[in-house]
Design a protein around this ligand. Structure first.
Ligand SMILES: *Cc1c(COP(=O)(O)O)cnc(C)c1O
Length: 216
């Protein structure tokens, strides 16, 4: 994999308004450094321990995004430095992030992860609950958490219509609540489906294997 060339290719392909998150989970520091040298500054990980280890050795101007399922007892380890949590999917987690952000005298930006896939295995707040959560502006109950947008993962399938339908569902939710809740980020699309995400209004794509190569 030519990581630098892949970063460049994505930057040329996508609009300047779209944020590219390089998903570097399981990849060694050398690979991240190579992406960094090619200009990439935003990296996403799915395990807090691994993200923390990497953040301690790699350049300090990297923005670290947590995209994986978060256990509440691990929040404290990322609270001092994490830049965006994509996977805030339950009130208990909002509560915990708020608590740890406060301890660190900061505000932590999060996305509400909504379950849009048909598969059972995916995390995320069920759609109806997410709607209620946004309607009641529940995020206001957590002063050290700033809800800046929505994240969703589509069903893992080759069926483009299915994926498009799921992304569209999230886009509609985003449009309905973006003004009242001050949302600016819609995070949909990975290596296999980012084009479909972008076509449905995504402005943040999370790309792993198409930059760094397959994971073991
Ligand atoms: C691993 C992962 C990605 C990137 O997946 P690729 O298919 O390798 O691009 C994106 N989002 C989340 C939440 C992930 O866990």
């Amino acid at each position: 994999m030519d990581i630098a060339a892949n970063i460049k290719k994505f930057r040329e392909e996508i609009s300047e308004d779209v944020i590219l998150v390089a998903i570097s989970k399981t990849k060694p520091n050398e690979d991240l450094q190579e992406a960094y040298n090619a200009g990439q500054r935003i990296f996403g990980e799915n395990r807090i321990q691994e993200m923390t280890d990497k953040s301690e050795t790699l350049p300090k101007d990297i923005e670290w995004h947590m995209v994986g399922h978060v256990q509440t007892n691990k929040v404290k380890d990322m609270a001092p430095y994490v830049s965006l949590v994509h996977s805030a999917d339950r009130p208990k987690l909002f509560r915990e992030i708020n608590k740890e952000a406060k301890k660190n005298d900061r505000t932590i930006n999060v996305l509400l992860q909504v379950k849009i896939a048909e598969e059972d295995s995916k995390y995320g707040m069920p759609y109806k609950k997410a709607e209620e959560f946004l309607k009641n502006e529940k995020a206001k109950d957590y002063p050290n958490v700033k809800l800046v947008g929505l994240m969703g993962m589509a069903t893992f399938t080759d069926d483009k219509e299915q994926v498009t339908k799921e992304f569209k569902t999230l886009k509609e939710l985003y449009e309905r609540f973006k003004e009242a809740n001050n949302l600016t980020v819609l995070s949909t699309g990975m290596s296999g489906d980012y084009k479909l995400g972008l076509a449905q209004g995504s402005n943040m794509i999370r790309i792993g294997s198409a930059i760094f190569g397959k994971r073991d």
